[in-house]
Design a protein around this ligand. Structure first.
Ligand code: NAD
Ligand code: MG
Length: 406
């Protein structure tokens, strides 16, 4: 971004894109978007210069083999060396890409001089170091990994200011808000985040106590990775998004609202000084916000389908219910508190989701556990990154202790 906030002029005929978390739901959608962009305009090349995967080396090999041009580097973040690749080694070697291993390789791929855009699509706190590296290297960062902002929002904002990095939201709500602000060319007064309500939108608390991982993983409108799908069922996802919005758009927690919109077509809204509200609408397909983060400020044809306007359609809005979804309260409290609160909430939640998926705690324990760990932590207002990462480890241990597990 230029110093006056206008986007950089893009005169290059090729953009090198590092897709971190290429094997995930956002990662594979990104590869699809890039493939289609290359079809639209053959004179402008989108090159996947780096792609990373964690455990699914087979899928990474298949994705890389399907590209018109192999990535320059392939990062296998959970492997230490080529010997551990087993049967997938040959397919990966045949690509001719440089193979790199371990979490350090993610940092090096994110900050590589030749990279123009980093798609930060690793799930959870595990994406923090590589996202920070991309920010510090002054890249355009298409940010799906909301957890980095939840853990370290102010640290990331300061690093962006220093390096001139462009942080463009991929999260559909934040992309919508970004688009509304662009469209209005005015300062926002209120950000209104929409939430689908997840699979338990109409469930009572009593019903939720017995919710199984299988029922919590059955999201009604979005196909996503398992962690964010559970976060959507507890509505911790919306809590994380309130905190994400607070740092992305620099508005205080009391200027952010959440409304439930089960159809997931209105992706969010912005209210301006004159009380006019602008919304962004599109079908629930992440390829659109991913593409906008890549091509901004240009709008290009996108592979996501139009919604069917030949039939009657309902767009409903209902108030969010913090009694049944106490995660929402936590989100606003943490967004207001800032400091160490986001790192503690995020870590407690990641640990709790893991335990729930492993059948060790109940669904409703996830948010109860997060609440208790947050309550037990001594808040610090202006922590450096090292301290946040220390508290991340502490909160994971505390969460397990809370349920008598280690
Ligand atoms: P996913 O589980 O489908 O994919 C996660 C990716 O991260 C995979 O490539 C995996 O290999 C990699 N990964 C996992 N653990 C890792 C580790 N320890 N180190 C390095 N890499 C690791 O997740 P997703 O649904 O694609 O979500 C990715 C991010 O995007 C999350 O932060 C999520 O909140 C955000 N997001 C996702 C969606 C969506 O529709 N899926 C929407 C908005 C935001
Ligand atoms: Mg979202």
């Amino acid at each position: 971004m230029n110093q006056d906030g206008t986007p950089l002029e893009d005169n290059r005929a090729c953009q090198n894109v590092a897709v971190l978390g290429a094997t995930g739901s956002i990662g594979t959608a990104t590869i699809d978007v890039l493939t289609q962009l290359n079809r639209i305009d053959p004179d402008f090349r989108w090159h996947v210069s780096a792609a990373s995967g964690h455990k699914n080396t087979r899928l990474l090999a298949e994705l890389a083999s399907g590209l018109a041009e192999a990535p320059d580097r392939i990062v296998l973040s959970d492997n230490e060396n080529a010997e551990s690749l087993g049967a997938d080694e040959n397919q990966l070697r045949a690509l001719g890409s440089q193979l790199e291993f371990g979490p350090e390789a993610l940092i090096s791929a994110a900050s590589d001089k030749s990279v123009d855009v980093v798609v930060a699509a690793i799930v959870g706190r595990a994406g923090l170091e590589s996202t920070m590296a991309a920010v510090e290297a002054g890249k355009r960062v298409a940010l799906a990994n909301k957890e980095t902002l939840v853990v370290a929002g102010p640290v990331v904002s300061q690093a962006c200011e220093k390096s001139g990095a462009e942080l463009l939201p991929v999260d559909s709500e934040h992309s919508a808000i970004f688009q509304c602000i662009q469209a209005a060319a005015s300062k926002p007064k209120k950000l209104i985040l929409t939430a689908s309500g997840g699979p338990f939108r109409n469930w009572t608390r009593e019903q939720m106590v017995t919710a199984t991982p299988e029922s919590a993983l059955a999201h009604p409108t979005w196909q996503m990775g398992p962690k964010i799908t559970i976060d959507s069922a507890t509505m911790i996802n919306k809590a994380l998004e309130v905190i994400e919005a607070r740092w992305l758009f620099g508005l205080p927690a009391d200027a952010i609202e959440v409304v439930v919109h089960p159809q997931s077509i209105i992706h969010s809204m912005v209210e301006f000084e004159d009380s006019s509200v602008i919304a962004q609408l599109s079908p629930p397909d992440m390829r659109l916000p991913i593409q906008y983060a890549l091509t901004y400020p240009r709008r290009l044809p996108c592979p996501c389908p139009d919604f069917d306007r030949t039939k009657p359609w309902d767009l409903t809005l209902e108030p969010a219910d913090p009694e049944r979804f106490p995660a929402l309260r936590l989100g606003f409290e943490v967004a207001e508190a800032g400091g160490t609160a986001g790192a503690v909430l995020n870590a407690a939640n990641e640990a709790a989701v893991g335990l729930f998926l492993a059948g060790k705690i109940r669904f409703t324990d996830i948010v109860l556990g997060c609440h208790d760990v947050l309550k037990n932590h001594a808040h610090e207002a202006d922590p450096p990154l090292d301290r946040l990462l220390e508290l991340d480890r502490w909160a994971r241990r505390e969460l397990k202790k809370r349920f008598g597990l280690s």
